[in-house]
Design a protein around this ligand. Structure first.
Ligand code: CP
Length: 326
């Protein structure tokens, strides 16, 4: 367990060692237990976290605000369009200035080719930790919450368990690559057998896939890429079918939606769940396109872990905030 994480940024867990990531889970489980027992844990009394959103949110906003309140501090909700960013405030100025007012800066900026770099630019000039609430490449707190949920279902030793991270059809909007990219790199670190299942136009970043392969080699897990939706479900212990954009094929969102329209049958239903292991757990970060991406029967059924995943956002975020912002 690591005890010197004060001041660290969380942009991706790939920049934290195994021991440091394990520390996040130790603290998250402890904080979850403390909340269940009604034990006060005001570890960040009088601290302020700025929450800067360039994109909408339900879970991320509410869980960060609730988490800071439970830790005795305050979270300041800031929508980028209500700031002077569009009139010239640079990433450097945000880092320098907000970092002097607050004890942490959390940012959601998902624009392709912009978000990750923006967060890194703010972090370069900030004297306080910068937390990535989702960018174009990573959604670290979602992956940490998902992994915590997998540990709860299968125990802390998940070596040999098969996780199928799959593309699924959705009609609402072309979603970032960040959820599957963060999950395949975190789960392979823990020795899971990770499948990435997607149509050929919905590739993830090659360097992220290479990193997942490296982690799998190191942990004794595996990483494979499939393009058959049904095959991804076969024998899997955890299935995580969700939509993302054809971003590496086209940056034109209308074109991406047209390509996705060729795969409207990539919907998670009872028949597909029956292809998986009998202990299978269905996961989705939400929001889901109900009865397009997944049937109500599956997402509301006994194998679904979606509300535990959403809850665990709170606990892993509180752990990282308490470890980095003291
Ligand atoms: N899963 C997730 O990040 O949800 P929000 O977009 O509602 O924050």
């Amino acid at each position: 367990m690591q005890t010197h994480l004060v001041g660290r940024d969380m942009i991706t867990p790939d920049e934290w060692t195994d021991d440091e990531v394990n520390t996040i889970f130790e603290v998250a489980f402890d904080l979850k237990r403390r909340r269940a027992m009604g034990e006060p844990h005001a570890l960040l009394r009088d601290k302020v976290l700025a929450l800067m959103f360039f994109f909408s949110s339900t879970r991320t906003r509410v869980s960060f605000e609730a988490g800071m309140a439970q830790l005795g501090g305050h979270a300041q909700f800031i929508e980028s369009r209500t700031t002077q960013i569009s009139h010239g405030d640079t990433a450097k100025e945000i880092g320098e200035i907000v970092g002097r007012y607050c004890d942490g800066i959390a940012i959601r900026q998902c624009d392709w080719g912009v978000g990750n770099q923006y967060i890194r630019d703010v972090a370069q000039y900030s004297r306080v930790p910068v937390l990535n609430m989702q960018c174009d490449w990573y959604h670290p707190f979602q992956a940490l919450a998902d992994m915590m949920t997998i540990f709860e279902r299968f125990g802390r030793d998940v070596r040999g368990k098969t996780l199928n991270v799959s593309w699924a059809y959705a009609s609402s909007y072309q979603k970032p690559l960040s959820v599957p990219q963060s999950l395949i790199t975190l789960a392979t670190r823990y020795g899971m057998n990770v499948r990435l299942t997607r149509p050929p136009e919905f590739k993830l970043m090659p360097e992220i896939e290479d990193l997942a392969r490296d982690y799998a080699r190191r942990s004794g897990g595996s990483f494979e890429v499939l393009d058959d939706f049904d095959a991804g479900f076969e024998g899997a212990h955890v299935v995580y079918p969700k939509s993302w954009g054809a971003t590496l094929t086209t940056t034109d969102m209308e074109e991406s939606a047209r390509i996705a329209g060729q795969y409207t049958d990539w919907i998670t239903d009872r028949r597909r769940m029956d292809l998986a292991d009998e202990s299978v757990c269905y996961m989705h970060c939400l929001p889901a396109d109900r009865n397009i991406e997944v049937t109500d029967e599956v997402i509301d059924g006994p194998q679904s872990a979606v509300y535990d995943e959403a809850e665990n956002r709170l606990h892993v975020q509180k752990a990282v905030m308490a470890l980095t912002m003291r």
